[in-house]
Design a protein around this ligand. Structure first.
Ligand code: LMR
Length: 333
């Protein structure tokens, strides 16, 4: 008899308004592969700050930078399995997932300016691309900038023929493979966390990155030359495990969407400054000589890289390329 009464009392107590058990916080693991002092690193910390503030601590965000939790080729699977809840992979890394269309961002010289990026990501094509992730169990939340890429190597690369035979590290993108082959180089796909060591030991001869990545991974210390080519773009899709995100309480999801919107504005607002400061640090270090290409040299790069568009149209989608270029052209500088 006594046990039954105790149980009934316990149930009644729980039903009492305000007697709810102290709710355990919802934990969001946010994993990424770059250093904390980069646009993506700072954007993830800003999201943590705002998410915990707007949900009044109902959500706790754990940020794991620098491939601490998962490396490039592991993180997407970890997200799909629900082992992490948020990622912000480079747009060049969705091909292995079977979403090839994101590689349109990798086409050399396709973006005339940062303003053009916003026109694409905030326009209908940006939304369409994010929609392609949903059948994979992934919810696209935002686009974050890093910046334009420079080539680096241990020899100066003035003209396409200077690339001949060089082993160049790239992200897992067939468009970037085609880009390096069009320059006469040998593309080597490799996780971001392994690039410094591969450059230092000569496993690869060179690579391409925005200055914020080159500097924070100390690649400039093992690359004698950095060509200020700005031939391509690195940006990110901030993504969530769809089951997790859709399963959140409505009020919490709304608060997290507000935090994400503000963290996105912050990350995109600081990205250019972060890269400018990193480039200044590389110059100050004297470890990697910065090379400005002449207009003739840049024109030669563009000419050598033109065939990549036709070669990759069947992979990325001719319509996707045309829509991208139309929306990018619509940008006022
Ligand atoms: C790379 O792998 O080169 C970059 O995508 C790393 C990053 O996420 O910025």
């Amino acid at each position: 008899m006594r046990r039954w009464i105790l149980a009934a009392t316990a149930v009644a107590a729980l039903a009492w308004p305000g007697a709810a058990l102290a709710q355990q916080p919802i934990v969001i693991k946010f994993s990424h592969v770059v250093a904390p002092d980069t646009p993506k690193g700072k954007g993830s910390l800003k999201f943590k700050e705002l998410a915990e503030k707007y949900t009044n601590g109902k959500v706790v965000v754990e940020v794991y930078p620098n491939s601490q939790l998962y490396k490039d080729n592991e993180e997407l699977q970890a997200l799909q399995l629900g082992a992490v809840q948020l990622l912000a992979p480079s747009l060049a890394k969705f091909g292995p997932l079977g979403v090839r269309e994101f590689e349109v961002f990798d086409l050399p010289f396709i973006l005339p300016s940062k303003a053009a990026v916003r026109k694409v990501t905030d326009g209908p094509l940006g939304a369409k691309l994010m929609g392609l992730l949903e059948p994979k169990g992934i919810k696209g939340l935002a686009y974050w900038d890093n910046g334009f890429k420079d080539m680096s190597a241990n020899k100066p690369l003035y003209m396409p023929e200077d690339f001949r035979g060089l082993k160049m590290r790239i992200q897992s993108s067939k468009v970037l493979e085609a880009q390096m082959r069009a320059l006469g180089a040998i593309p080597q796909v490799m996780a971001f966390s392994e690039v410094y060591q591969a450059l230092a030991t000569g496993v690869v001869d060179g690579t391409e990155n925005p200055p914020s990545n080159e500097y924070t991974q100390k690649m400039h210390e093992v690359q004698k030359y950095t060509m200020l080519s700005e031939h391509g773009y690195v940006g990110y899709a901030v993504i969530a495990n769809k089951k997790f995100w859709d399963g959140l309480p409505g009020d919490v999801r709304g608060q997290l969407e507000k935090a994400m919107a503000e963290a996105t504005a912050y990350a995109n607002q600081i990205s250019q400054t972060e890269n400018d400061e990193a480039l200044a640090e590389i110059k100050k270090s004297g470890r990697s000589e910065l090379i400005e290409l002449t207009p003739e040299q840049k024109a030669a790069w563009r000419k050598a890289l033109e065939p990549v568009y036709a070669d990759m149209a069947s992979r990325v989608g001719k319509d996707t390329i045309e829509e991208f270029q139309k929306e990018a052209r619509g940008a006022t500088q």
